[in-house]
Design a protein around this ligand. Structure first.
Ligand code: AR6
Length: 341
């Protein structure tokens, strides 16, 4: 199952478990720890008193009291001391131990704050890299929905160089609706109307295919034409996976797509995926721009220079950077919808 980034207060999430960036006493503190204790209420502190503390890199589990989650997993991240004292390994262990506890308690969804990236001083970018590496390693062998909660956007800035490069690509390619309206002498309202019609036309086209597939044989010309239909999105995807020598699981994991969604696509030849799902597979299959456009077309979509998300994805495809985490980090930074499920 996929890893998702969200920007929210972790105490408000409805997931099976939220993770707390605690200290060794487990008796509360500032930052996310303080917020969790305040929101969960005094029952949490009472249970924490019975646990006998927790060592750095390890984790313990409690009930969640007034929160919507079922459990709180308390883990103690390392204090950053310059990076030469095993901080990365300890932080990696925080994630793996917490996920192990979650799995042992039957949790299907878990949300993490960026452990150690606040009071404990871990450089935020490093903290995020360790979080992604550890969670991805765990998800290789387990099915779970894992969220990384980004509380303040500053903690998430993608590498400056990459950001600048994406920004200049956007400047070059992106035609914002207003500029587009001016250049076509259309009002923004006209443009919105046109967009709605375009979307409707795409939907109508796909509906026509489904409808035609159910027509009785009384229309011989049409049924002949229908026999020559192009392969569907689902068929193209399965063919591309085979051609790339990937297993299904390798492909949907690399696409950050959920196993259940993949099974639906596999079993329904006419499945109509969302655009972010198609793009996630295009990235996982390392398609070039032309191949990606052709896969999108199978599902009734196209890459558009009036969509910032599309321009960002085009940047990554053109530069052959097929790391879905990196792409999603960048989409998140630019407030765009993420790829995958
Ligand atoms: N939801 C999600 N993330 C949050 C929230 C929230 N409500 N509040 C803060 N963050 P920190 P640490 C983010 O300092 O570095 C405590 O006193 C925050 O932006 O909470 O592991 C403990 O008792 C930051 O990115 O934890 C320990 O003594 C991240 O959570 C010590 O701090 C972690 O920041 C642990 O320090």
């Amino acid at each position: 199952m996929p890893l998702k980034f969200i920007r929210q207060d972790i105490t408000t999430l409805e997931v099976d478990a939220i993770v707390n960036a605690a200290n060794g006493s487990l008796l509360g503190g500032g930052g996310v720890d303080g917020a969790i204790h305040r929101a969960a209420g005094p029952g949490l502190l009472a249970e924490c008193r019975t646990l006998g503390g927790c060592r750095t890199g390890e984790a313990k589990i409690t009930g969640a009291y007034r929160l919507k989650a079922k459990y709180i997993i308390h883990t103690v991240g390392p204090v950053w001391q310059g990076g030469g004292s095993g901080e990365r390994e300890l932080l990696f262990s925080c994630y793996i131990r917490s996920l192990g506890l979650a799995r042992d308690h039957g949790c299907e969804s878990v949300a993490f704050p960026l452990i150690s990236s606040g009071a404990y001083g871990f450089p935020k970018r490093e903290a995020l890299n360790v979080a992604e590496e550890a969670i991805s390693a765990f998800l290789e062998d387990h099915d779970m929905e894992v969220f990384i909660v980004i509380f303040d956007k500053k903690s998430f800035a993608v590498a400056e160089e990459l950001k600048k490069s994406v920004e200049s690509f956007i400047d070059d390619k992106y035609s914002a609706p207003f500029e587009l309206a001016m250049s076509n002498r259309l009002s923004v309202a006209d443009l919105k109307k046109k967009r709605r019609l375009d979307v409707k036309a795409e939907a109508d086209e796909a509906d026509a295919l489904v409808y035609a597939a159910s027509l009785p044989a009384a229309e011989p010309g049409l049924s002949e034409a229908l026999k020559k239909l192009d392969e569907s999105f689902s068929q193209s995807l399965l063919r591309l996976i085979d051609e790339r020598g990937l297993t299904d699981a390798q492909c949907y994991k690399k696409a950050n797509v959920d196993r259940k969604l993949f099974s639906k696509i596999r079993s329904d030849r006419l499945y109509r995926p969302s655009k972010p799902t198609v793009l996630a597979f295009a990235v996982a299959l390392e398609l070039d721009l032309e191949e990606a456009e052709s896969l999108l077309k199978k599902a009734g979509f196209a890459l558009s220079h009036s969509s910032k998300a599309d321009v960002i994805i085009e940047y990554f495809i053109k530069n052959r950077i097929f790391d879905i985490m990196k792409i999603n980090e960048t989409l998140f930074e630019f407030d765009q919808p993420l790829l995958g499920a």
